[in-house]
Design a protein. Structure first.
Length: 70
């Protein structure tokens, strides 16, 4: 379930059916490899995710805020 509050208004709740994210990712990757569809995550988004994880790791080690470039 996702909960969101928009602009100070009333909170909304949205329920989504259960699904396997691992399976969905594997199917999206297979579709991209086969040329049926583009992979839904860009290289830039992948790099940004890795940068965020690296910053989290450095922050956890040092106890300091770590900036993410980009």
């Amino acid at each position: 379930m996702t909960r969101a509050k928009h602009g100070g208004g009333i909170a909304e709740a949205t329920e989504y059916p259960a699904m396997s994210m691992v399976r969905a990712n594997a199917e999206a990757f297979a579709d991209a490899v086969a040329g049926r569809a583009p992979y839904p995550v860009t290289y830039q988004e992948m790099i940004a995710t890795i940068a965020a994880f690296e910053a989290i790791s450095k922050s956890a080690e040092s106890g300091q805020i770590v900036s993410v470039a980009g």
